[in-house]
Design a protein around this ligand. Structure first.
Ligand SMILES: Cc1cc2nc3c(=O)[nH]c(=O)nc-3n(C[C@H](O)[C@H](O)[C@H](O)COP(=O)(O)OP(=O)(O)OC[C@H]3O[C@@H](n4cnc5c(N)ncnc54)[C@H](O)[C@@H]3O)c2cc1C
Length: 456
């Protein structure tokens, strides 16, 4: 891997952040938000746009975009972590279909706001190609298309490609076929986060950085430098939620790690494809995700880093040389033309996983405490939907958004330790083993199905 930089590619290629003061004394506002990732920032944005008179404060422990929002793979997709069948089980088929429609619309909404607020997040709406690289993966690709059809989704939403058509989009090795969906855009996530932060501040939102919230209660946030009193308090802390009192078993922080190549020349791109900056993956169990960046690199990430006992989060966990090495191997295995390409950056971060893998958003009217999160690896666009939904909940608007099935959904708590550690790590290892088994045998692994409820 050579000397890959510790800083993420996104940090290296985003305009410098505007430094902001921390909270200094007590404060009274209408809405107080904890966390300046996409969830907190979209919520502040839509509230400020809907009611410019509203007094809104955001308290961020580090700086805006510090968390998953500034580090992710940049897939702004219509993916939602829970399947339509799971959502239908929570509500009904019509509501599950409405959720899917709302997810698709979120992409266009993100694009619209980027234009309206002049945020250059290098948004490229090229769709996603998901390669099938052995017969077992091809069976899953077919099953996904069949399932989509059963939900009334046609060729305009997802279609099966044969090996030749798949290689036209992305000339990977051992391609048996693929699915293609137009419902994804590649973005530069930190440009998006910083652009949103600048926008909300311009709209009058008070954004305090280096202001950790020690406790959230009805009508108040407690920080080391003052108490913020508010009618509504919004928890937007995702993978870091575990650090708040009483929230240890709400979401498990799972690490996802990422590498970036040096910029690739036109000859290599001629051989690889991704001409419309399509995002890409394959049908393995242990998720990988890639994008062609605006400056012609490949950013490629995946799970596989261990879950840490007690849901611990440490800066050191962002880096795991073995996982970075495995990601590079997986990338070269997919695209052997990259065998001599250097990796210029590697980084990681934690995402938030609820016990039932169903993201949720809600407002408890009794306490005035609202939340959104549990997006697993699908938060880039889902946070936008969360922000608009929280706006409607806080402003008591009776809209279609507040009737979607994820609203007010309560995921069960995770098991106490050591069960959590045993279960999650066993799940992660089993998924990796299932991929090896399928590669060797070509047949769908049966062990993967046993643990998928734990690791997706
Ligand atoms: C490596 C990686 C790759 C990913 N790839 C994709 C992808 O390609 N597509 C996709 O859709 N999703 C992806 N995700 C998931 C996506 O990034 C997240 O779902 C999304 O960014 C969540 O946004 P958020 O604002 O809820 O959380 P975060 O961005 O994590 O923000 C939470 C913020 O809260 C702050 N905070 C936490 N606790 C406190 C406290 N007590 N006081 C004050 N502040 C606090 C944190 O410092 C942080 O800034 C990925 C995630 C990771 C880690």
């Amino acid at each position: 891997m050579g000397r890959a930089l510790n800083r993420s590619l996104w940090e290296e290629t985003a305009p410098p952040a505007s430094p902001r003061a921390s909270l200094d004394g007590d404060l009274d506002v209408d809405v107080a938000i904890v966390g300046a990732g996409f969830t907190g920032l979209w919520t502040a944005y839509y509230l400020a746009r809907a009611d410019p008179g509203l007094r809104i404060a955001v308290c961020e422990a580090e700086v805006a975009g510090f968390g998953a929002s500034g580090r992710n793979g940049g897939w702004c997709s219509a993916l939602f972590p829970a399947s339509s069948s799971s959502l239908a089980a929570l509500s009904d088929r019509t509501a599950a279909m409405a959720q899917h429609r709302a997810m698709r619309e979120s992409l266009d909404e993100v694009d619209r706001v980027l234009g309206e607020e002049s945020i250059d997040a290098q948004f490229a709406h090229g769709g996603t190609i998901s390669l099938a690289r052995n017969p077992a993966q091809l069976a899953r690709a077919r099953a996904e298309v069949d399932a989509a059809r059963s939900w009334g989704r046609g060729e305009d939403e997802i279609r099966l490609l044969d090996a030749g058509a798949a290689r036209e989009v992305l000339a990977g090795a051992s391609v048996h076929g693929a699915t293609y969906t137009p419902d994804c855009a590649a973005v530069h996530p930190l440009r998006l986060a910083r652009g949103l932060a600048d926008t909300v501040v311009r709209l009058g939102v008070r954004l305090f950085e280096h202001t950790p919230v020690l406790a959230i209660g009805p009508g108040r946030l407690v920080t080391p430098s003052g108490v913020v009193r508010a009618d509504t308090v919004v928890r937007a802390t995702e993978g870091y939620t575990v650090s708040l009192p009483g929230e240890q078993r709400r979401l498990v922080p799972i690490y996802s790690l990422v590498i970036a190549t040096e910029p690739l020349g036109p000859d290599l791109w001629e051989r690889i494809g991704l001409r419309r900056r399509e995002t890409f993956t394959d049908y393995r169990h242990l998720i990988v995700y890639g994008q062609r960046t605006a400056d012609d690199r490949i950013v490629f990430g995946g799970r596989g880093a261990p879950y840490h006992f007690g849901s611990r989060i440490r800066p050191g966990y962002d880096r795991d040389e073995r996982v970075f090495g495995r990601l590079r191997e997986a990338l070269v295995d997919l695209l052997p033309v990259l065998s001599r390409t250097s990796i210029s950056h590697s980084w990681g971060g934690c995402l938030g996983v609820p016990r039932d893998w169903c993201a949720s958003v809600g407002l408890d009217r009794g306490t005035g405490i609202a939340w959104a999160g549990g997006y697993v690896g699908d938060g880039v666009s889902t946070t936008n939907l969360a922000g608009r939904t929280l706006r409607d909940l806080v402003l008591e608007r009776d809209t279609e958004l507040v009737r979607l099935p994820w609203v007010d959904h309560q995921s069960p708590r995770w098991e106490p330790e050591p069960l959590r550690w045993l279960g999650v790590n066993a799940g992660l290892r089993t998924m990796a083993a299932a991929d090896v088994e399928e590669r060797l045998t070509g047949r769908p692994s049966r062990i993967a199905g046993l643990v998928s409820p734990l690791v997706g």
